[in-house]
Write a protein that binds this ligand. Structure first.
Ligand code: ADP
Length: 637
């Protein structure tokens, strides 16, 4: 008896004691394995002329025996050697199962839908079987071997008999219990239904002996009182439709069929939000079926996420996730590309440089874009729902390609308009701008509510202009990289030098500055290196505006500063800031009079208070919160 590896053991325990309701997926998993095994042999025959195959014989056979309580899934694929039986069925080697195991460590006891999501494959047999026997003969091998286990103690591998290459997986089905009717799996009806539901598009015929009842022919001498007689005949039937769904015309497939295919193939609990199907003919023929999911997988925005479309050629899967077929900004799209014109015996590296593949990828990107544009125009609500899930990915795409992808993405992006109070495209934003507004302004902050009250934004809104309010993690970098939209400049209104003052207003501010030079110098001195400049503001211009505000001196916005601080990259980084004072605010008069009276300490205190509150409004940390609090208290008594 050989022992299971520890991680496999844990998974097996879970399978056996699983309260997972979807036990039926075991059949899908075994059929997929069988189909993969045939694929492997088929693939070899296409790339290695020594392998001779009778293509028409490639099949998966399904059988059941109600008396012995067995279900057998057989294939004439590549088979497994003794060592492979040991390695493949004794350990969880592949990463998905590993992930499953890791996640499961925290989820013990819950209804583990992850089984469905990750497809733990072969081990799912133990959800329905008390014993599993795998008889396999590897292609080219003399001897067959049998692997056998009850999934509890361990397993054995012994020599066995099998005529030709391939594998039989024989499950001994558990007795029916109070919570599960296992007997149901031992019926023709149920097995047929499961194949249709989960494995209808498997490329090889799934055959099973089925029993039909039919009326016996009426004897010629039958009298008037003849009652029809029936007989049972058995015949082998192919249960699956096989024609891959992506080869069929869109108009001939029900959405429900697409949904079934999508959900089972890509392990999603929700049906897709959109289905895209097209067939290209010409110098390069291919069929494409794409799905835009409703919901982003939880790891979409992590490094661990693997994008890609399944790539088939001549009914053989070449790559499960061909990443070259999808640009990063559409990485959330799932689907299949099938082309008989691709050369099979190309390695992964040459695949990358393959011009045919690049041509397909271009077309795929175009199709996704046009589908999304249709959605945006025809079903705004659905689009906004989609955008909530995947919009950041597309904004991120503008940033990571340094704007190169913007031609594709620009029209698809949504931002929040302060004036229209809803999500708008850049086009809609520009169309809604008053004539005098010549720039697309945007401001970045942590919440819409705070942003609408920020001086940088109110100064724009007070002019009757509009601004984009950005609260997302990539809005700022995306808009900064874009720089302009259809010749309209895009500008962060929170940066210095972007106020909307007229020449006259600027002159006025300068003259107030000249008159109060000593005061401004004193404020600057009180704040030391914290600020680079203290100026009279041209954006805070009425007594209702804030008394002061702080803006970055240069191109690094506060939002960017926060990102840099969070990443802890440069601890000594000293941000350059400008303090702007509102000359119309009563506080300005108060500080002026303190200065005139030579009350240097009071001027310094006011300076610290004004600067501190300006920082708070921007959501920036105070360097010395205690000193600030003491000053506020001092004011109160
Ligand atoms: P997965 O199929 O996700 O890799 P499984 O646990 O289902 O994981 O199977 C583990 C491995 O066992 C497969 O990767 C394959 O190498 C091998 N295997 C399973 N079933 C068969 C089969 N019918 N024929 C040949 N090899 C198989």
């Amino acid at each position: 008896m050989r022992k299971f590896k520890t991680e496999s053991q844990k998974l097996l325990d879970l399978m056996i004691n699983s309260i997972y309701t979807n036990k039926e997926i075991f059949l899908r998993e075994l059929i997929s394995n069988a189909s993969d095994a045939i694929d492997k042999l088929n693939f070899r025959s296409l790339t290695d002329s020594d392998v001779k195959l009778a293509k028409d014989d490639l099949a998966i056979n399904l059988a059941f025996d109600r008396n012995k309580r067995t279900i057998t899934v057989s294939d004439n694929g590549i088979g497994m050697t003794e060592a492979e039986l040991d390695k493949n069925l004794g350990t969880i080697a592949h990463s998905d199962s590993q992930t499953f195991k890791d996640e499961n460590a925290e989820q013990q006891g819950e209804d583990v839908d992850i089984i469905g999501q990750f497809g733990v494959g072969f081990y799912s047999s133990f959800m329905v079987a008390s014993k599993v026997r795998v008889v396999s003969k590897a292609y080219g091998a003399e001897q067959a071997f049998a692997w056998e286990s009850d999934g509890v103690k361990g397993y054995t591998v012994e020599p066995a008999e099998r005529e030709s290459c391939g594998t039989d997986v024989i499950l001994t089905i558990k007795p029916t219990s109070a919570d599960e009717d296992y007997d149901l799996f031992l019926t023709e009806y149920r097995l047929k239904e499961l194949v249709k539901r989960y494995s209808n598009y498997v490329r090889y015929p799934i055959k099973m002996e089925v029993t039909h009842s039919r009326q016996k022919p009426k004897p010629e001498d039958a009298g008037d009182d003849y009652k029809p007689e029936y007989e049972n005949i058995t015949e082998v039937e192919t249960l699956n439709s096989m024609v891959p769904i992506w080869k069929r015309k869109r108009s001939e497939v029900e959405d429900e069929e697409y949904n079934q295919f999508y959900q089972s193939q890509f392990h999603d609990t929700n049906p897709p939000a959109r289905i895209i199907s097209f067939h290209a003919e010409g110098s390069l023929n291919y069929d494409v079926l794409l799905f835009i999911p409703q919901q982003a997988p939880s790891n979409l925005y992590t490094r661990g996420f693997e994008k890609g479309l399944a790539l088939y050629s001549s009914n053989v899967m070449i790559q499960e996730k061909c990443s070259d077929l999808l640009p990063d900004h559409f990485n959330f799209v799932r689907g299949v590309v099938d082309s008989q014109d691709l050369h099979l015996n190309i390695s992964r590296e040459t695949l990358q440089q393959n011009a045919q593949l690049r041509a397909i990828a271009k077309r795929v990107e175009k199709k996704i874009k046009s589908e999304l544009m249709d959605m945006l125009k025809e079903d705004r609500e659905a689009y906004e729902k989609f955008f909530k899930q995947f919009g950041d990915m597309m904004k991120y795409g503008v940033y990571t390609t340094y704007g190169e992808a913007s031609a594709v993405l620009l029209d698809l992006l949504l931002f929040y308009s302060a004036k229209q109070e809803k999500l708008v495209t850049l086009d809609e934003f520009v169309a809604g701008m008053p004539e005098e507004q010549d720039k697309i302004y945007f401001a970045v902050g942590t919440s819409l509510d705070l942003l609408t009250r920020q001086p940088a934004v109110t100064s724009v809104l007070n002019k009757g202009f509009d601004a984009l309010l950005c609260t997302g993690p990539v809005d700022e970098v995306c808009l900064t990289i874009l720089h302009e939209f259809n010749d309209t400049q895009i500008q962060n209104c929170g940066l210095s030098g972007t106020d909307l003052a007229t020449e006259d207003e600027k002159k006025d501010a300068e003259s107030v500055e000249e008159d109060n030079k000593d005061l401004l110098d004193a404020v600057k001195e009180a704040l030391g290196a914290e600020v680079t400049k203290v100026v009279v503001s041209t954006r805070l211009t009425s007594e209702d505006d804030a008394a002061a505000c702080v803006v970055p001196d240069g191109m690094v916005s506060f939002a960017m500063e926060r990102v840099m601080a969070a990443s802890g990259e440069d601890e000594d980084y000293q941000p350059s800031r400008i303090l702007e004072l509102n000359a119309k605010h009563p506080v300005f008069a108060a500080i002026q009079s303190a200065s005139d009276l030579g009350q240097a300490e009071k001027v310094a205190d006011y300076a610290t208070l004004l600067y501190g509150q300006a920082l708070l409004v921007e959501g920036l940390p105070l360097k010395d919160p205690l000193a600030f609090a003491t000053l506020v208290s001092k004011l109160m008594v």
